[in-house]
Design a protein around this ligand. Structure first.
Ligand code: ZN
Length: 268
């Protein structure tokens, strides 16, 4: 990538937290070969044993490298620079940008040729309630995430903001919630470009569906197709959005590597 070429943004859950299907190095290789992103948010991710592969720059919250948890969210790029964002302007001082569940959410400025192209927030909604009990969905942590994001939403960075990751929630629980803070669900934005996803879980959109199958739910007798991974962008960036694709529709062999499929959005 060089000059004013487009920027391909992706998110993918590598399934490294529990019972990985492939080792981290294999996941990163698959990503480079099949998705070839310029900027990517990797959730439930690990850095390969040999370190960040050549050609990539990658950053993450060191909190996830602790003894209890050796996985987390990684923001990685090729041909772009990344600068962590841990505080934002607020009145006369700065305000910390801190996330309730460290390690699974990470913010960074994305620099192209030294100028800020956008700010990206990589996010994974943990499936716990406010007391830390497992609840099987990302409802509580997504709501907390939006509260945590508030200092950033009041700044210039909100004009060019990308939020991507695994929310552990279905679209009808997420799209409107983030729309309320000015973030547009890019899969929802482009769903009339795609055929409906057969058996899309709890989806009442019928022929208007157009969701991507990003998570292989293997529970039960009839595993359902479901989309719980998303890329959102500020309203001001929407007119730069080109192709949006992913899921098992774009990557039919991805289930050999992870139980999630990537989501991709290309920007002009
Ligand atoms: Zn659907």
């Amino acid at each position: 990538m060089s000059g004013d070429a487009g920027i391909r943004v992706a998110t993918w859950n590598l399934k490294q937290a529990v019972a990985p299907q492939a080792n981290p190095g294999e996941c990163w290789s698959w990503l480079a070969e099949h998705v070839d992103p310029d900027l990517v948010v990797l959730t439930e991710a690990k850095i390969p044993a040999g370190g960040v592969p050549t050609g990539w720059t990658a950053i993450w919250d060191p909190a996830w490298q602790g003894p209890r948890r050796a996985w987390g969210t990684v923001v990685a790029a090729r041909g772009l620079e990344l600068a962590p964002v841990q505080e934002v302007p607020g009145g006369e001082h700065t305000r910390p940008l801190a996330f309730t569940w460290p390690g699974v959410t990470f913010a960074a400025d994305v620099l192209r040729d030294g100028n800020r192209w956008a700010t990206v927030v990589g996010h994974y909604s943990v499936t716990k309630d406010f007391d830390g009990k497992s609840c099987g969905h990302g409802g509580f942590s997504t709501s907390q995430f939006l509260d945590d994001l508030e200092p950033l939403l009041g700044t210039d960075r909100a004009d060019r903001l990308i939020v991507a990751g695994d929310f552990n929630l279905l679209p009808f629980d997420v799209t409107d919630l983030l729309s309320d803070v000015g973030l547009i669900d890019l899969i929802d934005l482009t769903r009339d470009e795609r055929p409906p996803l057969p058996n899309c879980r709890l989806c009442d959109l019928g022929p208007e569906c157009g969701h991507l199958w990003t998570h292989r739910n293997t529970g039960g007798r009839n595993p359902s197709a479901q989309q719980i991974d998303f890329i959102f962008a500020s309203e001001g960036m929407v007119n730069e959005v080109g192709a949006v694709y992913g899921g098992s529709q774009s990557y039919p062999d991805v289930w050999d590597v992870s139980d999630h499929a990537p989501v991709v959005a290309e920007f002009d």
